[in-house]
Design a protein around this ligand. Structure first.
Ligand code: BMA
Length: 322
């Protein structure tokens, strides 16, 4: 299908990229892959900032409308703390924020870059100034994790992406449960990577946290296609049952968003769109994504259009997956 007849579900903001290294008030190599939430009337991004050694930390930016007038913290908001948390030796990356109304706090799940590979860590906060670290919650190699905002039969739930040979070759999206957010079990693959020529063959991962809709939990995930010219990070949709997120109600056949613009095609890592946050206001969603591991961009979509599109692009016949 040509671009001309593909109805874009997410429209890029004309002022993209909305945040670049020059907007960070201290020296940095890149700013990208930001988590997002609402805090009062403001939109808050918790951005991955890579310093000029190559080590990442997290810095908050706040905007009254989620589009312009960003005020970026004058210094790093959450730095790696390898003295107390040795797994953070090579930085902290790619956060996902979930608002936990029951606990009146935000949970921030992030990748800690340890000597033995990436793993999943958790911190909580009530103000994005002070954070309470809970340490490692998934051992290496694991990343692309986010919590659901509610419990299921009394247990918290988390999507994540371990790399293990357990479910065959490939990196798949798993679902795990916990009584306390610290101890996790009942692990299961919920969305496997497809194989062969698929856009999401062999390696996929959750992008922003699951988004509650009337028809199910909307999942936006990235698929990593390996080509002779390098990797391409594209995005697709899935829908999980509202009461039982182990049930996949729909999964898109085609990708819905792919690197096209110069700020997505060229950067520290070319051909990457990598969202870690979205903010919904009624039917509208603002999607914040990293462009080519260099900058932050914004695209907007409608939940009703995503749900409608999934109905006609639901591909669940596993025989075709490989
Ligand atoms: C993934 C993560 C992301 C990054 C992407 C493309 O594995 O490390 O932080 O944006 O690769 O380089």
């Amino acid at each position: 299908m040509s671009d001309a007849c593909f109805h874009e579900l997410f429209k890029r903001h004309p002022d993209n990229p909305i945040i670049q290294t020059k907007n960070v008030p201290y020296p940095a190599n890149s700013v990208f892959n930001a988590a997002a939430t609402r805090i009062g009337d403001e939109t808050l991004l918790l951005m991955r900032v890579e310093d000029r050694r190559g080590i990442s930390h997290l810095t908050a930016a706040r905007s009254p409308n989620g589009v312009t007038d960003w005020i970026v913290d004058s210094k790093p908001t959450l730095l790696p703390c390898p003295d107390d948390y040795p797994e953070e030796i090579w930085g902290i990356e790619d956060p996902r924020i979930t608002r936990m109304d029951e606990l009146d706090l935000w949970a921030v799940v992030y990748t800690a870059y340890s000597r033995t590979g990436p793993l999943v860590s958790l911190a909580t906060t009530r103000d994005f100034e002070k954070f309470a670290r809970m340490g490692i919650i998934m051992p290496p190699e694991d990343k692309d994790a986010a919590l659901f905002p509610v419990r299921f039969d009394g247990r918290w739930a988390m999507l994540h992406r371990p790399v293990t040979a357990f479910a065959g070759v490939g990196a798949h999206i798993w679902l795990s449960f916990s009584p306390d957010m610290k101890h996790w079990g009942d692990h299961q693959v919920v969305i496997p990577a497809r194989k062969g020529g698929w856009w999401d063959a062999d390696k996929i991962g959750l992008s922003p946290p699951p988004l509650r809709t009337a028809k199910g939990w909307m999942i936006l995930y990235h698929g990593v296609r390996t080509t002779a010219g390098g990797c391409i990070y594209r995005l697709g949709l899935a829908l999980l049952d509202l009461n039982d997120p182990t049930r996949v109600l729909a999964r898109s056949d085609e990708w819905i968003f792919a690197p096209e613009k110069s700020y997505e095609m060229t950067g520290d890592v070319d051909k990457v769109v990598f969202p870690c946050g979205w903010v919904a206001e009624e039917d509208q969603v603002r999607l914040y994504y990293g462009g080519a591991d260099k900058c932050i961009a914004l695209a907007t979509g409608r939940i009703s259009e995503m749900l409608g599109w999934l109905e006609t692009h639901n591909q669940q016949d596993r025989r075709l997956w490989g």
